[in-house]
Design a protein around this ligand. Structure first.
Ligand code: NAD
Ligand code: 4TP
Length: 332
């Protein structure tokens, strides 16, 4: 067994979405890792047949071996509850989706896997099944007992982290406290150094309100919360700019002075990044005790089974997981 070969778990995500299509496409894609897909094997076989793609499923061996892209896929079989139809959600399969995540997480925690990469899940159908779920990020934080994690997307020459994740807009302001913002910035700063190899990370921090509050006339979170935290962390040596007006923060003349942006909420930061990189971006969860990366897109039910799903983001997520695994094993 080659111990230097990273072993990456890939969860196939929502069975009615494009996750299974993308996993089937991986069978013909060489990768510098051992890969185990966690999914229902009959689902993958059916999707391969629907798409006319070659697929030979191998069993879930304990020894690692290079994923050669010769039409074979190593699968950890996890049975669906109900047959999956491409494009049609079925809440009976929601527990299956979460079970694939648990298997990947358990494998990362016990050393079987070096990292997990997630194909997209459908948050709505999981809730339809009566299971409260807002995203992988929060699910993995809860399952690992991590009080606060940070969602960061990487793509289009940017790294965009978020101070809050999947919250209704009405809940955002209250969720940004001095303590939560400090923890987010410390986690981001730490992982930029230790996971991304940036010795002295420069972080551009967005304000929450239009024009960063316009001196308090358009909201005061910049004055009461954001600025005091930035001042404190700057006094410790962190290189932080902000709070900056979010409408101009992403202009190239600002971005060139930062290694990462911290946006205050999901749709303040992600539309910019996805505009620049959709289909090639990667979502990475910082602050977890394991390595987790993901695609930058959703379940695309309209494309499931059609052959029109772009695998670029999944490949980029796998590549980043490999790089982060190698950094971790080199520093261990
Ligand atoms: N990583 C994740 O699990 C993840 C990420 C984003 C969204 N979601 C979830 O996915 C579901 C659907 O979300 P949505 O409709 O807002 O976004 P979506 O990304 O599924 O679709 C948006 C548009 O992009 C297209 N698209 C998406 N992925 C593509 C790909 N790989 N190749 C080509 N085109 C692609 C779709 O066809 C659609 O037109 C929601 O439940 C959402 O919460 C999950
Ligand atoms: N916020 C993510 C995005 O827009 O790509 C997406 O909803 C997935 O989030 P999780 O990785 O937490 O499921």
């Amino acid at each position: 067994m080659d111990r230097r070969l990273p072993h990456i778990a890939i969860t196939a995500g929502e069975p009615a979405g494009i996750g299974p299509d993308l996993c089937v496409m991986l069978a013909s894609q060489p990768l510098a890792a051992c890969v185990t897909v966690i999914a229902d094997r009959d689902l993958l076989t059916a999707r391969a047949q629907q798409r006319g793609l070659p697929l030979t499923i191998t069993s879930d061996e304990t020894a690692t071996s290079l994923h050669q892209g010769k039409g074979e896929l190593r699968v950890h079989h996890t049975p669906l509850a109900a047959p999956a139809i491409a494009g049609t959600l079925d809440a009976h399969n929601s527990a299956y989706v979460l079970r694939t995540l648990e298997i990947a997480l358990e494998g990362c925690a016990n050393g079987r896997f070096d990292a997990m990469v997630t194909a997209p899940v459908h948050k709505g159908v999981i809730n339809d099944a009566g299971i409260a779920f807002t995203g992988h990020t929060e699910f993995l934080a809860e399952k690992t007992g991590t009080a606060q994690v940070v969602m960061m997307l990487v793509g289009g020459g940017m790294r965009v982290a978020l101070a809050t994740t999947h919250l209704p807009l009405t809940a955002v302001s209250a969720a940004i406290t001095r303590r939560s913002l400090e923890t987010t910035l410390r986690t981001l700063h730490h992982d930029l150094i230790h996971k991304f190899g940036i010795a002295q990370p420069r972080i551009l921090v967005a304000g929450l309100n239009p024009h960063a509050g316009e001196g308090g006339y358009l909201g005061d979170e910049e004055i009461t919360t954001i600025t005091p935290v930035l001042d404190q962390l700057r006094s410790e040596g962190m290189l932080l700019q902000g709070p900056l007006p979010a409408d101009t923060l992403f202009a190239p003349h600002h971005l060139q002075h930062g290694d990462a942006v911290l946006a205050m909420y999901h749709d303040q930061g992600l539309p910019v990044l996805k505009h620049a990189s959709f289909g090639g971006g990667v979502n990475v969860t910082l602050g977890l005790p394991i390595i987790r990366t993901s695609v930058d897109h959703g379940t695309a039910l309209d494309l499931a089974g059609t052959g029109n799903a772009n695998p670029g983001s999944l490949l980029a997520a796998i590549q980043l997981a490999i790089e982060l695994s190698q950094k971790t094993s080199a520093s261990a």
